[in-house]
Design a protein around this ligand. Structure first.
Ligand code: GLC
Ligand code: MG
Length: 420
């Protein structure tokens, strides 16, 4: 199926706000994506980071799992959770590229300081260079490599990073390659939104037929590129909001679908979705659960009461330890935990929400439930059987059974405080 919306987003200072230790805009985006878009849209992360630094960031921040990951400034494309590499892309990049010549020539430039070994990749050689010297060095280097018969692309980002890539590489070219691939398969995305903040994101905005958002905190070099190259383009905005909040703003601005994150809604009953779906029910429940335990829940007693009332007496929850409890017992325990995480770092989010219908009004919803408590981060791969209450999904949902298993490496040490 063609994606309703494909978001292609940079990570550092775009999806991820390094100045927000609470990660609020990222968590707002996550809730919006999993409730409204995960089932029929595509999430693509496009980062300058190598696979090693990318995986490190995923451990530090509450990031979702993307469908496609583009790393090392558009030189490495991988698919799915297993990160299957696109070998066709590698072959294209091998043309007119000789890494040894690049390292040989660059070693003559004293203005260039080599970045960490992890950031040197088969089709990317990266340095640091002083802002005041960047332009001159870029010019000289490009003349020098041209004389050696190489066709390279030199990109300056974040007022400090200088990347040398094959001419056909870069975030923009990688996106063009993906779009072409989808088109050939007969499934071009209905809408594509690109999101970025710095120099290596500029070329994303020059791909035809995409919407673009430069987040509010965008770097000077990107704003300057825009002023010189794309000023009159109504499909590109400079957001009023920072980072992921700017992405949500753009979804609204360009009318690409719902821009109302369940996290922004105090009363869940009022939260509207494009298509009522059981995935939304899961997002809503865990948001309620977070607020309840943080002691921040408004109008939540009635939500809990209705959940308790609609819980089938025979419904059970199987915990990661193998212990089984009835759903009613679990809701009862939760009742007594109001505010037990108050004043502490406590956040909950869900990832990879996937609903499969197993009857006319029943779904199996599989998802990862993440819980950050203090400095400990745990995750359960969860399957919930969920029923539509009335004749249609719009009458609400009732949870039937829940089964959880620890995600390897993310087990909770003391699982007595793990409630759902
Ligand atoms: C990331 C990479 C770095 C690169 C920069 C700009 O920070 O780790 O190697 O130079 O992005 O593209
Ligand atoms: Mg960035």
């Amino acid at each position: 199926m063609a994606a309703r919306l494909m978001i292609v987003s940079d990570l550092d200072h775009t999806m991820v706000d390094h100045h927000d230790p609470e990660n609020m805009s990222l968590l707002r985006f996550n809730a919006l994506w999993e409730s409204n878009y995960r089932h029929d849209s595509l999430l693509v992360f496009s980062t300058g980071r190598s696979p090693i630094l990318y995986k490190q960031l995923r451990k530090e921040k509450p990031m979702l799992s993307p469908d496609i990951t583009i790393m090392s400034v558009g030189t490495e494309i991988t698919y799915g959770d297993s990160m299957l590499p696109d070998n066709g892309w590698v072959e294209i990049l091998n043309q007119k590229w000789d890494r040894n010549v690049v390292t040989e020539e660059t070693s003559k430039f004293t203005e260039l300081t080599l970045q960490a070994e992890t950031e040197q990749r088969p089709h990317k050689v990266s340095f640091y260079v002083d802002k005041t010297k960047a332009q001159a060095v870029t010019k000289e280097l490009s003349d020098c490599l041209e004389k050696r018969g190489l066709d390279v692309k030199i990109i300056y980002s974040g007022g400090m990073d200088l990347d040398i890539l094959p001419q056909g590489a870069g975030k923009g070219q990688a996106l063009a390659y993906l779009l072409k691939k989808f088109k050939t398969e007969g499934i071009p995305p209905v809408n594509t939104l690109v999101c970025g903040d710095s120099g290596n994101d500029a070329e994303l905005f020059s791909i035809p037929d995409v919407y673009g958002v430069m987040v509010n905190n965008a770097q000077e070099e990107l704003l300057q590129w825009h002023a010189e190259n794309a000023k009159g383009n109504p499909n590109i905005i400079h957001a009023k909001e920072r980072c992921a909040a700017g992405i949500i703003e753009a979804i609204g601005h360009f009318n690409l679908g719902s821009n109302s994150s369940p996290r922004d809604v105090a009363n869940f009953v009022e939260c509207k979705v494009d298509h009522v779906n059981p995935g939304f029910e899961v997002v809503k429940f865990y948001l309620f659960y977070e607020r309840w335990r943080r002691g921040e829940a408004d109008n939540c007693e009635s939500y809990l009461a209705s959940m308790e009332a609609s819980a089938d007496p025979s419904a059970i929850v199987v915990f990661p330890s193998g212990v089984e409890k009835t759903l009613r017992e679990c809701i009862h325990t939760l009742k007594g935990c109001y505010g037990d995480q108050k004043g502490k770092q406590f956040r909950v989010w869900v990832d990879r929400v996937l609903s499969t219908p197993v009857g006319s009004s029943t779904w199996l919803v599989k998802f990862d439930k993440w819980e950050l408590s203090g400095n400990e981060r745990c995750c359960c791969v969860t399957t919930a059987k969920i029923n539509a209450k009335g004749s249609g999904a719009s009458d609400g949902f009732a949870w039937v059974n829940v089964q959880q298993k620890w995600l390897e490496g993310y087990e909770k040490k003391d699982d007595s405080t793990w409630l759902f």
